[in-house]
Design a protein around this ligand. Structure first.
Ligand SMILES: [Fe+2]
Ligand SMILES: [Fe+2]
Length: 188
């Protein structure tokens, strides 16, 4: 999936339209789920999902604006929405969709930067940050760990820090490889 092609502006617009279709899917899912989730254990997550719905709408507007800027036509078709009678299944569908969304936006940021489209990359970073929060909300409601693909190197994401000892152990000894660099300022 990643880096399989040299990105062009035309291809980027196609991919942004897929992102937009996913945003529509998210809006519809969250509108429905936030209202039909019933029962005491789900009251706080239902309120959270209602907030997600509003954020997904903002994402859709940002992506549509970028598609228009690049000369494309924003799609009118959402990705299919899955529904269920079971609260847990609904939350799992949402989490799976968010995982897919996060994977895609991470790739889109790289592609935008490869094209020198830094304003788009900036918008995408801000969206990605909220999508990762959605993942955390859903995983928490399901009582599971946040999927690994959610914790990237993008700004705002949790940054796994390698212990100093582990880093030092990986470093080759000074004698290995190339000869040591000449000290600056010393005439030879
Ligand atoms: Fe979104
Ligand atoms: Fe989201």
């Amino acid at each position: 999936m990643p880096h399989e092609e040299t990105i062009t502006r035309e291809r980027l617009v196609t991919l942004l339209n897929e992102d937009l279709a996913r945003e529509y899917q998210a809006i519809i899912s969250y509108v429905i789920y936030s209202q039909v989730l019933k029962g005491a254990p789900y009251m706080s997550i239902a309120a959270e999902l209602e907030k997600h719905a509003g954020q997904e709408l903002q994402h859709a507007l940002l992506i549509a604006k970028q598609i228009d800027y690049f000369g494309g036509d924003p799609t009118s078709t959402p990705k299919p929405v899955r529904t269920s009678d079971k609260a847990e299944a609904m939350l799992r569908f949402d989490l799976e969709n968010e995982n897919e969304t996060v994977r895609n936006y991470r790739e889109r940021i790289r592609q935008a930067e490869a094209l020198g489209e830094f304003a788009l990359a900036e918008d995408l970073r801000q969206i990605l940050q909220q999508e990762q929060e959605h993942q955390i909300d859903l995983a928490t409601a399901l009582g599971i760990d946040v999927p690994k693909e959610g914790l990237g190197r993008e700004r705002g994401a949790a940054q796994p820090v390698e212990p100093v000892a582990a880093v030092a152990a990986k470093r080759p000894p000074a004698s290995a490889g190339r000869p040591p660099a000449r000290k600056p300022g010393r005439p030879k």
